[in-house]
Design a protein around this ligand. Structure first.
Ligand code: ZN
Ligand code: ZN
Length: 342
């Protein structure tokens, strides 16, 4: 079977890889779809991000869905032929962080397609995968393309949870790539009364309107677009920063009202923080990293039709056309979520 390896920046290779028979508690999967994420693009363009660098060839991919082809010993509640969304999150369940209920902070996390630990954790852009049954959430009623959106949606459900109670609140989302779009959908589902979205690209802002943003602002055309929201001491109750751009972070802090909450979700390395305003306005500054139980919730919200991710999936390419897929995913004027077909 084939798998898509990153050897370094601008060096992706489709290479042979041995399938592994499912052991006790595991299932074998024929992969169907895999979404290209911002982190996959960072490995592709820069060989990593922040302090995380590729140090050996690594199979990319962590937003995947597939069909079960075989069950290992003792697997119940799953059947051959089931379409499942596969969670890339594999906490150990035994470390200090897992035991205090923070599996996303696991000290021994083996998250698919991550160069954070060494040896790197191999990813899921491959034709066949053996996974723990506990990673698989049945996705009946969804297409494989929708099921492969469970991972980024889970990321955004976790971020809205970090933002606290959003019922009736005014929320700012900065950065309208797929994660920003899913944060708009998640914040609306959580009861946000008004959602304002910013980006520097017109197509992303168009998509944000479709996702349900009440107002979209182009901060490239008009860098002062958020100025009216600084009235008083600021007017937003919460902000979810999805771009990783220092300007966006500073803007969020200037428009949050006293005791507002900023959730930093975009990952791009260290950024300067206007700390004086955080102190003076008594803001809460929170990170958001991955997810755990939100993965199954993401699948259920899509199955119930409460969150519709379909408009965000703009392109899909056969695995062999990975080069075109990655260049399309890098072109924000054309693509929102680009997926591979295995
Ligand atoms: Zn991702
Ligand atoms: Zn752990």
């Amino acid at each position: 079977m084939k798998a898509l390896f990153a050897h370094g920046a601008h060096d992706l290779r489709l290479e042979d890889c041995q399938p592994v028979a499912p052991g006790p508690g595991e299932v074998a999967l024929r992969m169907a779809r895999g979404g290209i994420c911002g982190s996959d693009l960072h490995y592709y363009h820069n060989g990593g991000f922040g302090t995380v660098k590729l140090r050996e060839p690594m199979i990319l991919g962590h937003e995947v869905a597939g069909e079960i082809t075989a069950l290992g010993e003792g697997v119940q509640n799953l059947a051959v032929g089931d379409l499942v969304a596969v969670s890339p999150s594999r906490p150990c369940g035994a470390c200090e962080e897992c035991l205090r209920g923070l599996p996303n902070q696991c000290l021994n996390m083996r998250f698919y397609g991550s160069a954070m630990p060494f040896p790197h954790i191999q990813g899921a852009f491959r034709e066949e995968l053996t996974a723990l049954a506990s990673q698989c959430v049945p996705a009946g009623g969804l297409t494989a393309a929708q099921a492969a959106m469970a991972e980024p949606l889970a990321v955004c459900l976790h971020a809205t949870r970090q933002a606290g109670d959003l019922l009736g609140k005014r929320v700012l989302i900065t950065g309208c790539g797929p994660i920003g779009q899913l944060c708009i959908l998640a914040a609306r589902r959580a009861g946000a009364a008004e959602i304002v979205a910013t980006d520097i690209a017109a197509p992303a802002l168009e998509a944000a309107k479709t996702s349900g943003a009440d107002r979209t602002l182009n901060t490239a055309e008009n860098p002062e677009a958020l100025a009216p929201y600084t009235a008083g001491k600021g007017t937003f109750d919460a902000a979810i920063e999805c771009s990783g751009a220092p300007q966006a972070l500073a803007a969020c802090i200037s428009v949050l009202r006293p005791r507002g909450t900023l959730v930093q979700l975009g990952l791009s390395g260290d950024m300067p923080v206007p700390m004086m305003q955080v102190t003076a306005k008594e803001l809460s500054l929170k990170g958001s990293f991955r997810f755990h139980e939100e993965f199954a919730i993401a699948v259920q919200l899509m199955q119930k039709g409460l969150i519709d991710v379909a408009p965000l999936i703009t392109h899909s390419f056969p695995l062999a056309s990975f080069a075109e897929a990655f260049s399309t995913a890098s072109d924000k004027s054309r693509a929102m979520k680009v997926q591979l077909e295995f």
